[in-house]
Design a protein around this ligand. Structure first.
Ligand SMILES: [Mg+2]
Length: 375
């Protein structure tokens, strides 16, 4: 527009949103397929639902996977305390993150505070996206497109014949890739489970594996070398999540790519892991990396290092974020929150389709939330 045509040279101020309140609810959602890992079995997904209220009436939503009922109660208390620190502040996620990081420095951020702050961050971005009537991906400057996904439901520690059947069922839900949990007593048992699944699924189907930190370095080297002969797509968290030197040795000596990242608590942990050469692939968790704000910084780290980046849990929001991640790799699909969502994430032909409505992709099924309420 030519300057001469402007009758009013002063642009209208952008709409400003102000934090008014935070409503949290907890739900204990039964899982369609209880998951047995080397670190224990989970049959219910304890979720904390967050509804951010603004003075302007726009709402922001997020949920957190709380790992246990105790985790859910603790996260709700933390969020209530955090609200007192940010009530009346502008809905400005980058500024809020900076403020809360400083407020939690003395107590320590690592652990539940980071998860609570991440949940608030997602709700703040959701409010911004709803206020501008855009899906998160487009608010961040991207275009909505389908992202490759693998089915991470099921395939826990179970007998090999059962696993082979289940792998086929999971592929039948619209996927070309599945993930098998490993970390049985012996190397041979892990190899047999892997072979049972690999033998039953199509040759072109990808098979990811996850040890959930079960092994020592020596055992990880032995099992990694054995798995190098079994056509595995990646080996996830073979050892303690924070032993980057150990993970680097495994990544060097095992041919199959090593995947880590769901336990990065903030982007500094991820930067340290990358600097140590601890993994071939990374997969930050939305709620541990710092919400949308943390994810964008993590995506820049992965891009600068030239490392493929996948997601961990939270498939609905992760689908929006992988669409703006330069080295986007795979979305981890779990259906754990699907029962309490008005519109669960859509999957077809091995791809997740990010929601096209305004926001991060979350709307509640309130009847289901009430049914599964956890006091
Ligand atoms: Mg994992």
């Amino acid at each position: 527009m030519a300057i001469a045509e402007r009758r009013d040279p002063v642009p209208a101020p952008p709409a400003k949103l102000t934090i008014r309140g935070l409503r949290t609810r907890a739900a204990r959602v039964p899982m369609r397929r209880p998951l047995a890992t080397s670190g224990g079995t989970i049959a219910h997904a304890p979720l904390v639902l967050i509804d951010l209220e603004t003075e302007e009436g726009v709402r922001g939503r997020a949920y957190l996977f709380a790992y246990s009922d105790l985790g859910a109660r603790a996260l709700r208390q933390l969020l209530a305390g955090i609200l007192e620190m940010v009530r009346g502040d502008a809905v400005a996620p980058v500024a809020i993150a900076k403020k809360l990081h400083s407020r939690f420095t003395l107590m320590g951020r690592e652990g539940l505070p980071t998860i609570a702050i991440s949940g608030l961050d997602v709700a703040l971005w959701d409010a911004l996206a709803r206020a501008t009537d855009l899906p998160l991906t487009r608010l961040l400057g991207g275009e909505l497109h389908a992202v490759p996904a693998y089915n991470s439901n099921g395939l826990g520690i179970a007998p090999p014949e059962k696993l082979a059947d289940e792998a086929l069922e999971l592929l039948g839900e619209g996927f070309h890739a599945v993930k098998l949990r490993l970390g049985r007593k012996t190397l041979w048992e892990d190899v047999l489970a892997t072979r049972a699944v690999r033998a039953r699924i199509p040759a072109e189907a990808l098979l990811m594996t996850d040890f959930n930190q079960a092994l020592t370095i020596a055992e990880a080297l032995a099992r990694g070398r054995a798995l190098d002969r079994e056509a595995i797509y990646w080996i996830e968290e073979p050892i303690r999540h924070d032993d980057y030197a150990g993970a680097a040795r495994i990544a060097r000596e095992v041919e199959t790519p090593i995947q880590i990242g769901e336990n990065f608590l903030g982007t500094r942990a991820m930067a340290a892991a990358i600097a140590a050469g601890a993994a071939d692939y990374v997969m930050p968790d939305l709620a541990r990396i710092g919400g949308v704000t943390g994810w964008l910084r993590a995506a820049a780290l992965a891009d600068a290092a030239g490392i493929e980046m996948s997601s961990h849990l939270y498939p609905e929001v992760s689908a929006q974020l992988l669409a703006v991640t330069p080295t986007a790799h795979f979305l981890e699909y779990v259906d754990w929150a699907a029962p309490i969502l008005a519109r669960p994430l859509h999957i077809s032909d091995g791809q997740a389709q990010p929601a096209e409505g305004p926001g991060v992709g979350l709307d509640w099924n309130d009847e289901a939330v009430a049914r599964f309420a956890l006091e």
